[in-house]
Design a protein around this ligand. Structure first.
Ligand code: AMP
Length: 364
């Protein structure tokens, strides 16, 4: 079987690495000649909307998937009409527009921050008395890792904040004073089986994920699973999904979902019986899904802008290093490292050291 992937970055790379033992072959479409997954399969070099390359991808791949959600609707439609595409195009359409996404959560009775659609400065001024300060103005589309977002502290901030949107449609959200951020990763196959990973507790800075730790018997597990199950079933979803949540004193509010494998689940390569990457492939091929049971204690640290010192990382008990074959650039995720250990004390000590090492080369 050959799997087509739109995008050839680290997520495609880790999908391919998980697929080799299953005898899978890969073909990726990516405009970058140095894409991190390029060496792991056939590389179609060109734009994501190049009709000739898309036709070749659809022709050669048994199933097409993707590693980012901002796939243009016409590209998803073209691929879907020529081959099997998972996750389904409707999940992409919802996930790539923050307003549709929040409305969808509301339809499913999944709680969110208060929000309003904003198409003009007047809309923003009108919405703020209900939303309250502080708040965040976010572009509806093409936002990720905190990009296209402005914090609003008072009415004085509104004109300048709206200017930064450059006329693009936006939403405003109340700023949530969460106790912590958690995410849940789940997978569903076409014949309907669903598996859930243990929730991950995540730390962001500047809108970018820095640290994720797999939790054991977390009080948020049942609520997060219930939300994720509703999403998967309502979207008739196939593949891995990630749902990011704010935990406000035990109450869960949904922030967003990603229709793909997710950074907050990278610990699953070593820290779960079956990684999110393998389960994504199993799901899109309608193979039995693997156990998501945790192994020992597991956590992950991202390297952003600067490469890790490989010896220092590998010297830590329980460590595993994943380099993405990307050249460092400001704010760019270039690697992650995982700690997996059966002993809670050794795990905590290694994580602390790993976090300090990553912070020392982090340029953002
Ligand atoms: P996003 O791009 O929506 O995933 O946001 C990136 C990060 O910004 C989140 O993981 C949070 O740390 C923070 N953030 C986003 N929206 C809110 C909000 N409404 N209240 C508080 N923090 C937020």
């Amino acid at each position: 079987m050959k799997i087509g992937i739109l995008g050839g970055g680290q997520l495609a790379r880790m999908l391919a690495l998980a697929g080799y033992p299953l005898g899978l072959k890969f073909i990726i479409l990516d405009p970058d000649a140095n894409a991190g997954a390029a060496g792991l399969g056939e590389h179609l070099l060109g734009a994501y909307d190049d009709p000739i390359l898309l036709a070749e991808l659809a022709d050669k791949a048994d199933v097409v998937t993707y590693e980012f959600e901002n796939v243009p609707a016409n590209v998803a439609a073209f691929l879907s009409s020529h081959t099997t595409v998972y996750p389904p195009a409707n999940a992409l359409a919802v996930a790539q527009d923050r307003l549709l996404e929040k409305n969808f959560f509301r339809e499913l009775n999944i709680r969110t921050a208060p929000y309003a659609a904003i198409d003009s400065l007047a809309d923003l001024q009108q919405a703020m008395p209900d939303i309250g300060y502080p708040a965040i103005l976010k572009s509806r589309r093409m936002g990720y890792d905190g990009k296209g977002q402005v914090v609003l502290e008072s009415a004085d901030d509104l004109p300048a904040a709206w200017q930064t949107m450059n006329g693009a449609a936006a939403i405003v959200e109340g700023f949530i004073a969460f106790r912590r951020e958690v995410s849940i990763i789940a997978a569903r196959r076409p014949s309907g089986g669903i598996v859930f990973y243990p929730v991950s507790e995540n730390r962001h800075r500047g809108g970018i994920l820095r640290v994720a730790e797999r939790r054991c018997d977390d009080p948020a597990q049942a609520g997060a699973e219930a939300y994720a199950r509703d999403l998967l079933e309502k979207l008739d979803y196939v593949g891995v999904i990630a749902l990011e949540l704010f935990d406000v004193d035990g109450e869960l509010l949904a922030n967003e979902f990603a229709p793909r494998v997710h950074n907050s689940g990278h610990w699953s390569i070593e820290g779960a019986e079956t990684s999110q990457f393998e389960n994504h492939l199993r799901a899109i091929l309608d193979l039995p899904l693997g156990s998501t049971d945790g192994r020992g204690f597991a956590g992950m640290v991202n390297y952003i802008g600067g490469l890790p010192d490989d010896r220092a990382v590998l010297n830590l008990p329980g460590s595993h290093l994943h380099l993405y074959d990307k050249s460092p650039r400001q704010g760019r995720k270039v690697a992650h490292a995982t700690i997996r250990h059966d002993d809670a004390g050794v795990f905590a000590d290694s994580m602390e050291k790993l976090i300090a090492q990553a912070a020392a080369v982090d340029d953002s």
